[in-house]
Write a protein of this length. Structure first.
Length: 112
């Protein structure tokens, strides 16, 4: 689970989802805030349209947050923006390695 100090606040999530810059991957897309915040913040949004059960939504969130947690040391210390991940509609269940590659692709465009 992602540490609380790296989670985005509700206000930052709403602002980022409305006015953020989009970066698209294969299974997900991310919105990055235009303004700097006090600290880097991450949020993962999985809609009920994507996964009906709360267990399934939570599994997807855990897969993404575990990758973020493993790679926090790579993030530039001067990076102070909010990143909100949104999952795209897919036909088959997500495999951890595919999600990892997709998040890494998005991170390379944004943070690293």
């Amino acid at each position: 689970m992602l540490n609380r100090k790296y989670r985005a606040t509700r206000i930052n999530i709403e602002e980022t989802s409305k006015t953020g810059i989009s970066v698209f991957g294969k299974f997900l897309y991310a919105k990055i805030s235009r303004k700097d915040t006090e600290k880097p913040g991450f949020a993962i949004v999985v809609s009920k349209k994507i996964e009906k059960t709360s267990v399934g939504r939570h599994l997807i969130k855990r897969k993404i947050s575990s990758y973020i947690e493993k790679n926090l040391y790579k993030i530039n210390p001067n990076f102070k923006k909010t990143i909100v991940f949104f999952i795209k509609k897919i036909e088959k269940p997500l495999i951890y390695k595919e999600v990892e590659k997709d998040v890494e692709f998005v991170f390379k465009k944004i943070v690293f």
